[in-house]
Design a binder for this molecule. Structure first.
Ligand code: CP
Ligand code: NVA
Length: 297
C-alpha cells in the first residue's frame, strides 16, 4: 500500500492513521508507550529532489523515535536525476529499505515509484499533492476543533491545497477555497473530492471566504520550482494576503515555510492565533502514525 495522495486511504483507514498518530503522540508525551520500537531494524529511504525542513526532519526524527533509521537521499546523492530512471531506482532501493518517502517535482514520478517499488511509497510532496501535510493538518484540526469546523483556504490551489481538499472531503470539513482566477484546484481533484462526499465552495473572493470561516489556511504563492513565475504570481495574488487585521480572532494555519510579506504578514504569523507550530509538530506524529499503520498492513 502506498500514500501517493490522501485518497489512497479509505475514510476508515484515514481515521485509523490519525488514531495511531494520536496514540503515539500521547505515549511520547506521558511516557506510557507499551512498545517504544515498533519499527526496530526498519529503514526509511528519503528521496528529495527539492529542499525541505519539516518533511526531512520530522520523518528522520520519527523513524529514530520508532526504533528505526532513515537515510537522506538528496538530489546529488543518488543516480535519480542523473540518468537512472525512476523505475530502476524504485526496484533497487526496495531491495534495501522497508519504506520509501519521496519529494519530487513531477507527480508522475511518485506514481511510477509506487508502481515499481515493492515497499510502501509515501509522497513527501510533488507539484500536485502533499498528503503528509494533510494528515498533520487533519490531526491538528481534530485535536483543536473537531471536524465540525469550517475552513477557508485562501491562496494558491496547488499541491497543499489539493490534498487538503481531499482530506476535507473525507472528514466532512466545511471547506471554502478562495483562489485568484486561474489558480484554482484541478478539476480531477475536485471530482475525486466530490466522489468522497466533499462539496467545497469555490470562490475568487478571499474576504467572503474568511468572513464565513472558523479557521483560515494559506500557503506560499511562489512554490518550489516556480521562482521564474514570481513577479507574475505576486501580481495575480494581489488582495489575497492574510494580515492579523483581516483574520481577526480566527486561528491561522500555514503549512510553512512562509514568505512573510507575500501570502501572510509577520503580525499574522506571530499572533496568538497562528497554530502553525502545532501543525509543524504534528507532521512528525502523523507520519509516525502512518509508518506504524503501514507496517501493520
Ligand atoms: N510543510 C512542509 O512540507 O515543509 P518543508 O518544505 O520544510 O518540508
Ligand atoms: N506549495 C509549497 C508547499 C511547501 C511545503 C511548495 O510546493 O513549495
Amino acid at each position: 500500500m502506498d500514500l501517493v495522495d490522501v485518497d489512497d486511504l479509505t475514510t476508515d483507514e484515514l481515521h485509523a492513521v490519525l488514531d495511531r498518530a494520536a496514540e503515539l503522540k500521547a505515549a511520547q508525551r506521558d511516557g506510557t508507550s507499551p512498545d517504544h520500537s515498533p519499527l526496530a531494524d526498519q529503514t526509511l529511504g528519503m528521496i528529495f529532489e527539492k529542499p525541505s525542513t519539516r518533511t526531512r526532519v520530522s520523518f528522520e526524527t520519527g523513524m529514530t523515535q520508532l526504533g528505526g533509521h532513515a537515510i537522506f537521499l538528496g538530489p546529488d546523492d543518488i543516480h535519480l536525476g542523473h540518468g537512472e530512471p525512476v523505475k530502476d531506482t524504485a526496484r533497487a532501493v526496495s531491495r534495501y529499505v522497508d519504506f520509501i518517502m519521496a519529494r519530487v517535482f513531477d507527480h508522475a514520478d511518485v506514481v511510477e515509484l509506487a508502481e515499481y517499488a515493492t515497499v510502501p511509497v509515501i509522497n513527501g510532496l510533488t507539484d500536485d499533492a502533499h498528503p503528509c501535510q494533510t494528515l498533520a493538518d487533519l490531526l491538528t484540526i481534530r485535536e483543536r476543533f473537531g471536524f465540525d469546523t469550517s475552513v477557508a483556504w485562501v491562496g494558491d490551489g496547488n499541491n497543499v491545497c489539493q490534498s487538503f481538499v481531499l482530506g476535507a472531503a473525507m472528514t466532512g470539513l466545511d471547506l471554502t477555497v478562495a483562489t485568484p482566477e486561474g489558480y484554482g484546484v484541478d478539476e480531477g481533484v475536485l471530482k475525486r473530492a466530490r466522489g468522497l462526499g466533499g462539496d467545497p465552495t469555490l470562490t475568487n473572493d478571499p474576504e467572503a471566504a474568511i468572513a464565513d470561516a472558523d479557521v483560515v489556511y494559506t500557503d506560499v504563492w511562489v512554490s518550489m520550482g516556480q521562482e521564474d513565475e514570481r513577479q507574475q504570481k505576486l501580481n495575480d495574488f494581489e488582495g489575497f494576503q492574510l494580515t492579523a487585521d483581516r483574520i481577526g480572532d480566527r486561528p491561522l494555519m500555514h503549512c510553512l515555510p512562509a514568505h512573510r510579506g507575500e501570502e501572510v504578514t509577520d503580525d499574522a504569523l506571530e499572533s496568538e492565533n497562528a497554530i502553525v507550530w502545532d501543525q509543524a509538530e504534528n507532521r512528525m506524529h502523523a507520519q509516525k502514525g502512518l509508518l506504524v499503520w503501514l507496517s501493520e498492513q
